[in-house]
Design a protein around this ligand. Structure first.
Ligand SMILES: *[C@@H]1O[C@H](CO)[C@@H](O)[C@H](O)[C@H]1NC(C)=O
Ligand SMILES: *[C@@H]1O[C@H](CO)[C@@H](O)[C@H](O)[C@H]1NC(C)=O
Length: 387
């Protein structure tokens, strides 16, 4: 018994070391964005055409003088990123010229084999609602010496503040479920709550608590510098005294100061059985999943395309799953805060239906002198705040 216990403890540590070496590189960190210069070429152009609230495909068309094989397109959100607000990473470093890393990127030739000769191309990218507008830029000079040559129009979702990405967690009591979600509404602007109840039965409202954090809560770069992005507001509500095995529905709500309501779509979940009840509970346990972009962007060194396969398989099997444990190494954001919204969006079809329990690993928590066991810089300065 003792032996198996210590094995359980040693295994994750071994895996984390492996994680550090083999698949821990955040693709966005391969861009030397702090070296980027702006050199708008009047003859170059890029235009974005949105096609629909929560997820949307956009088509970008661009035309560039002197195209090169390593030209790339970056997606920025908020759309206005400027050189004026950058602070240096430390007193010796010169301030970055571009203060903000893109939220994703793709090579300009991605779907255009003739790009190198024509300088013309187009790209289909999927955007998710991340509480801000978007702009797109073409860079020459590859990832290591980026030079911004063309900037697009800006586009945005109908309601950038919309309540999104609910994730359930089993509460402290067997008959309690917590719901956490993200929105752009602070508590001075709107009261957050959940409207919930038995499926088809009377619905009631439970107030939610709200948290957020700022750049100074981050331990270091890039989370404090080019990887920083406003996380919006994170709300949590506690649904109590659930009836065993009953099906419940819920909606995320915000009541604005003017009395108007903002609603999410309706979601559902099943309450757990009571303790000791004869039942089968189907549990899925994994770690090291990561995230991936369905449009193929951020694909550096085949970075975690498998995470999408795992997610899609779980969604397909969701009727046969009662609870999920993602035990660590959650999305490998590595200090690029935008990646967390993209991760919560990727797992929403799972986490909004069954409790999605997480634990922190080296990729969430490790940072020198921050109280973590190891002193690596695996998480890019997030020091566990995001997880
Ligand atoms: C597109 O660009 C990438 C990055 O420079 C390069 O590796 C790839 O070979 C290019 N593909 C084509 C079809 O030119
Ligand atoms: C993962 O999904 C991709 C795209 O659907 C597919 O090409 C690939 O074979 C899948 N990989 C595995 C291991 O199933």
């Amino acid at each position: 018994m003792r032996l198996s216990l210590s094995l359980l403890v040693i295994l994750p540590i071994f895996l984390s070391l492996k994680g550090v070496r083999s698949h821990g590189i955040q693709p966005l960190s391969t861009i030397a964005i702090y070296k980027a210069v702006i050199a708008i070429d009047r003859k170059a152009s890029i235009k974005a055409c949105p096609s629909g609230q929560q997820k949307e495909w956009v088509t970008l068309t661009y035309s560039i003088q002197n195209p090169k094989i390593d030209d790339w397109v970056g997606v920025f959100s908020p759309s206005h990123f400027s050189a004026s607000t950058c602070s240096p990473e430390n007193i010796i470093a010169t301030p970055p010229l571009l203060c903000t890393a893109p939220i994703k990127f793709q090579y300009a030739n991605y779907s255009n084999p003739k790009y190198k000769s024509t300088g013309k191309g187009s790209l289909k990218l999927q955007l998710i609602n991340q509480r801000s507008d978007f702009s797109f830029a073409v860079f020459s000079g590859g990832l290591s010496k980026p030079k911004l040559v063309a900037l697009s129009n800006t586009i945005s979702f109908g309601n950038p503040n919309a309540p999104l990405y609910p994730r359930l967690a089993q509460g402290k009591q067997w008959n309690e479920m917590t719901v956490t979600w993200t929105s752009g509404y602070g508590i001075d602007e709107a009261e957050p709550f959940i409207e919930w109840g038995p499926q088809g039965g009377e619905q009631r409202r439970s107030l939610a608590v709200t948290l957020t954090f700022d750049r100074n809560s981050m331990c270091g770069p890039p989370a404090r510098t080019v990887g920083w992005r406003d996380p919006g507001f994170i709300h949590t509500s506690f649904l109590k005294e659930l009836w065993p095995n009953s099906q419940y529905t819920y909606k995320l709500g915000h009541r604005l100061l003017n009395g108007k309501y903002i609603w999410s779509q309706t979601y559902e979940f099943r309450a757990p059985p009571y303790p000791g009840q004869n039942s089968v509970q189907r549990v899925v346990i994994f770690g090291d999943m990561g995230k991936y972009e369905i449009d193929g962007s951020n694909d550096y060194n085949n970075f975690q395309p498998g995470s999408l396969n795992t997610t899609l398989q779980l969604i397909k099997d969701i009727k046969n799953i009662d609870i999920v444990f993602h035990i660590r190494d959650i999305c490998y954001s590595s200090g690029y805060i935008s990646q967390w919204d993209q991760f919560t969006s990727q797992i929403e079809p799972i986490a909004s239906r069954v409790p999605y329990m997480i634990a922190s690993g080296n990729h969430e928590r490790t940072w020198p002198d921050s109280g973590s066991f190891y002193n690596y810089m695996d998480l890019g300065g997030e020091c566990g705040v995001l997880a």
